[in-house]
Design a binder for this molecule. Structure first.
Ligand code: C2E
Ligand code: MG
Ligand code: MG
Length: 248
């Protein structure tokens, strides 16, 4: 946003609202181009940042970039909600909520525009503190999503007690959904379970039309995947959005 030569920058991937047929949400995903001009896998460097105790600083940078971007879009008349990925250390950090709120206030962005994504594993770590913090965040108007749902070890009982709004079904169940009856059974029942627990359900990793159609039949709420759009820069996303969403 500020420095076009920064080796770190954010990409955005649209989420299609299957009830309205509109894109009204995005996921912010970090990118790093190293000094050999290669993309570094975010899963790898996020893991390293966690190990090195740098993740809280990195997440602050991400939060600032995303909130600035939302502010800029709001000013141009685009009111998207954006999901931000967090690590266990972020949600446990005592200054996290303050930082988030201060940054929002200084850019006049409201918490309703922010969804916080945490994996099942991050939620299970130091559970009492995490539940208290999520409860606080929800009372402030933020939404909370369980990322990579289905590959962790969280029991149904746990899910029931978590203050969350959304389940994000892991992409391993979605990538070849159209070709695998078992995945279809798992995904259909996860969606109906999510709905029974009052949660919105998102599927990520949709790579073809057939899988998208199945998710629509299963009444999944949101769809995200390469079939719709890969993660792209904020500018590219707006170009894509204008091409795809605006009737001429
Ligand atoms: P995630 O949060 O589960 O993000 C979804 C990943 O699925 C992204 O990978 C996205 O590019 C990929 N994806 C989306 N649709 C498709 C598809 O149709 N097919 C395939 N094969 N992949 C798809 P990405 O960007 O490489 O990020 C990987 C992981 O790195 C993320 O998984 C998240 O855990 C972490 N990450 C990314 N950005 C951040 C960040 O800003 N902060 C933190 N803490 N973690 C981040
Ligand atoms: Mg995510
Ligand atoms: Mg995921």
């Amino acid at each position: 946003l500020d420095n076009p030569n920064s080796p770190l920058f954010m990409n955005y991937q649209p989420k299609l609202n299957l009830q309205t047929g509109k894109v009204d949400k995005l996921e912010a995903l970090i990118r790093w181009i190293n000094n050999k001009n290669e993309f570094v896998n975010p899963e790898k460097f996020i893991h390293l940042a966690e190990q090195a105790g740098l993740i809280v600083t990195l997440t602050r940078w991400v939060i600032l970039q995303v909130i600035k971007q939302i502010d800029q879009w709001n000013q141009r008349g685009y009111h998207f909600k954006v999901s931000i990925n967090l690590s266990a250390q972020d949600i446990q950090n005592e200054h996290f909520v303050d930082y988030l709120l201060t940054t929002l206030v200084s850019h006049e962005v409201k918490p309703v525009q922010i969804t916080l994504e945490l994996t099942e594993r991050d939620l299970a770590n130091n559970e009492d503190l995490v539940i208290a913090r999520l409860t606080h965040l929800k009372s402030l108007g933020f939404e909370v999503s369980v990322d990579d749902y289905g590959i962790g070890q969280s029991s149904l009982a746990k899910l029931k007690n978590l203050p969350v709004d959304e389940l994000k079904i892991d992409k391993t169940f979605i990538l070849t959904l159209d070709q695998c009856q078992q995945d279809q059974d798992i995904v259909a029942s996860t969606i109906s379970l999510g709905h029974k627990l009052g949660l919105r359900v998102v599927a990520e990793g949709i790579e073809n039309k057939e899988s998208l159609e199945l998710l629509r039949q299963f009444q999944c709420n949101y769809a995200q995947g390469y079939y719709l759009s890969k993660p792209v820069s904020a500018e590219k996303f707006i170009e894509w959005y204008e091409r795809n969403e605006r009737p001429n």
